[in-house]
Design a protein around this ligand. Structure first.
Ligand SMILES: [Zn+2]
Length: 429
């Protein structure tokens, strides 16, 4: 049987409270042991001296565009970008064509991923049919087919009665409802965050309140129904405060933040550059600071990229016309180190937790730890390696990133899925 010994790395496994120099021993696709000076006889040895060895990183918010928009991304290309970013598991949102609102589409994604994906792919089913916000989707059968949560991401569930029913069902199937929180009446016509910068650029604004009112509504419904509820890509200071309040009340409420929402603000927008257009929009300095504070305090449970590929033909239009969203899988670790860990806002183990045990807990995934018997998914990264992001070399089929050309301090070095190296940084390979 294939054996692998990853020697002498700084092993950080927040789920087990571990942070020490140690070896990790893998047999076939399973973690066998973590400890000092493990016996390597016969095993392939990987020297991780000076590197961090962590449970495989999980990105719980990714758009893979297959089926339907394979010119933007496929399950295969998105998974390759994930591996290159240090992710071993990704969860794909249902806004494909057709929408993943029934078990046939869910099974199609699971099958395609089994055939073509370098990393684990967990589908998220739609809340409503066609994500139109009216009739509930086939939630139970999607759950049985492998969906790990439900969401109409990209579109909010505007009807509170529909949301209540969805939560009641999600509770009975024991998985969370994830909402893209945006009151469409308040955000209507907006292209960027509403504030001083939108006035300066003459663009229509999306107020923070459009997010806040829906987060508040959903939390009231989560208390009513007892459902696990998760806020996608939280971006505003009040939303972070409302989630913190819900957690204090003991409600099963969680949230995630994207790297771009803690790394950038509306003042960083290169005027009319569509690579800075996303939903929720880049908000102001106080909002970004609140997101960072939430990541530190526990109001925010996970970092997720909201990787949203769009081809140049669609993205390269006037700011007002181009679609929302940026790719993010390959820059997430670099941004988290640069904006959270290097400046001392959070510790390195907390960063690892936000990428591993955090999302695993929310989705009840049997991942995110290096406990013996766990799947041998590992992310090996270097907190100091300097490298430059060239989006033209991205494994993604799309190029819509505001971080092209950026020099990073720290990034992924190797990605191991089920005991096999699926990606290694060029100089390490
Ligand atoms: Zn969204």
């Amino acid at each position: 049987m294939k054996e692998l010994l990853i020697r002498n790395g700084r092993v950080i496994d927040p789920a087990a409270g571990r942070d020490e120099i140690a070896d990790v021993f893998v047999r076939s696709d399973t973690i066998v042991a973590v400890g000092r000076n493990l016996d390597a006889a016969g095993a392939r040895v990987y020297d991780a001296t000076g590197l961090v060895v962590a449970p495989g990183f999980i990105d719980m918010h990714v758009h893979l565009r297959e089926p339907g928009f394979e010119h933007s991304e496929t399950i295969e290309s998105g998974a390759r970008a994930a591996a290159a970013g240090g992710f071993t598991s990704i969860c794909c949102m249902p806004n494909t064509s057709p929408v993943n609102d029934n078990a046939t589409v869910t099974r199609y994604i699971v099958d395609r991923a089994n055939q073509n994906a370098l990393v684990n792919v967990f589908p998220i089913g739609a809340i409503t049919k066609d994500s139109a916000g009216e009739e509930l989707a086939a939630i139970g059968s999607m759950r049985a087919a492998g969906a790990v949560a439900i969401s109409d991401d990209g579109r909010p569930v505007m009807n509170a009665r529909v949301m209540r029913r969805a939560m009641e069902l999600a509770r009975s199937f024991d998985f969370p409802v994830i909402n893209h929180c945006e009151d469409l009446h308040l955000s209507a016509g907006g292209d960027m965050h509403e504030g001083v910068q939108s006035v300066k650029l003459g663009l229509r604004g999306i107020p923070g309140a459009s997010e806040d009112v829906m987060v508040a509504r959903d939390i009231i419904l989560a208390e009513l129904t007892g459902s696990a509820y998760h806020v996608a890509h939280i971006s505003s200071r009040h939303s972070v405060a409302i989630v913190a309040f819900a957690k204090k009340r003991g409600l099963p409420v969680t949230s995630e933040a994207t790297p771009h929402h803690f790394a950038l603000t509306d003042a960083d927008i290169a005027p009319y550059d569509s690579n800075y257009k996303m939903k929720p929009p880049l908000r102001d300095r106080c909002d970004a600071a609140a997101v960072i504070e939430g990541l530190a305090s526990g109001a925010i449970d996970a970092i997720a990229t909201d990787h949203a590929p769009h081809p140049g033909s669609e993205k390269m239009q006037e700011f007002e016309r181009c679609p929302f969203g940026i790719i993010g899988l390959e820059t997430a670790i670099g941004l988290a180190l640069e904006y959270l860990v290097h400046p001392g806002k959070i510790t390195l183990p907390r960063m690892v937790e936000l990428f591993t045990a955090g999302p695993a807990r929310i989705l009840k995934l049997n991942r995110g730890t290096l406990a013996s018997g766990a799947s041998a998914d590992l992310t090996i990264f270097d907190t100091e390696r300097t490298w430059t992001y060239d989006v033209n070399k991205s494994a993604s089929k799309s190029r819509n990133s505001p971080f092209h050309g950026r020099r990073f301090r720290g990034g992924a070095v190797a990605t191991v899925v089920d005991g096999a190296f699926v990606w290694q940084a060029a100089e390490q390979a």
